[in-house]
Design a protein around this ligand. Structure first.
Ligand SMILES: C[S@@+](CC[C@H](N)C(=O)[O-])C[C@H]1O[C@@H](n2cnc3c(N)ncnc32)[C@H](O)[C@@H]1O
Length: 216
């Protein structure tokens, strides 16, 4: 079985041949997600979880050899399941989720992952891995509905925990990178769009954000 097929098998719980294209089809996930969105539309920012296709796209450069992976805003865990299917060990996962309605379910699903119920803006101050750095950050955070100050705090915190050549992966429903160019310049970062998937409601693109290489 290919790795992408494994991700579908691991993340798609809908009946065979059912409309699995736009959501990960765990009915209670969808209902819980929708109720969370009703209660807090700005924080949740979508009425259903991301699709399996988007989960594949945002995790496609990650494997068991990436090492520690930090996930921001896992929600009902569609990207988390994709990370496990890519070969990331559950104990190498650190999940940061501020929504109380998602935290209990994440703890049940991923008992060996480290889970923090925290605002990702405080990432810089959280003691995550001792001396170890993460190989990647996967973000499901709604950056477009956050202030530039919050986005800057999240990126500073994330890059504090990332290894020198580590990457931050962010999806967006927008037409361009959700981190403004000015902020990327200020933080010495560059963003590259690595995929666009139409099999998501709404269609979404994934950006890889890395440190700019300095010339010696
Ligand atoms: C668009 S949903 C994405 C959920 C999931 N990753 C997916 O793609 O289906 C945004 C998620 O980020 C969480 N979130 C929003 N703001 C946050 C913050 N400041 N710190 C931590 N989590 C946050 C929400 O509770 C929600 O789970």
């Amino acid at each position: 079985m290919t790795q992408d097929a494994m991700i579908d098998a691991d993340t798609n719980f809908g009946p065979a041949g059912s409309g699995k294209h736009f959501c990960n089809c765990r009915r209670s996930d969808n209902l819980d997600f929708f109720l969370a969105w009703l209660a807090n539309p700005l924080r949740v920012a979508s009425i259903i979880p991301s699709s399996n296709q988007l989960a594949r796209a945002i995790t496609k450069e990650i494997s068991g050899s990436t090492g520690l992976v930090l996930e921001l805003g896992p929600g009902t865990g569609v990207f988390t399941r994709a990370l496990l299917a890519r070969g990331v060990a559950e104990q190498d996962l650190i999940l940061i989720e501020s929504g109380a309605e998602f935290v209990g379910r994440l703890r049940d699903q991923f008992p060996s992952a480290q889970l923090f119920q925290r605002d990702a803006c405080s990432l810089r101050t959280i003691q995550l891995f001792g001396d170890r750095k993460a190989g990647a950050v996967i973000s499901g955070l709604p950056l477009l509905s956050m202030s530039p100050r919050k986005v800057a705090a999240i990126l500073r915190g994330a890059f504090h925990h990332l290894s020198v050549d580590g990457a931050f992966y962010q999806f967006t429903y927008g037409a361009r990178c959700p981190v403004p160019r000015r902020l990327l310049d200020r933080l010495g970062l560059r963003a590259v769009r690595i995929s666009t998937t139409y099999a998501n409601l709404p269609p979404a693109s994934v950006y890889r954000i890395t440190r700019r290489k300095t010339l010696h």
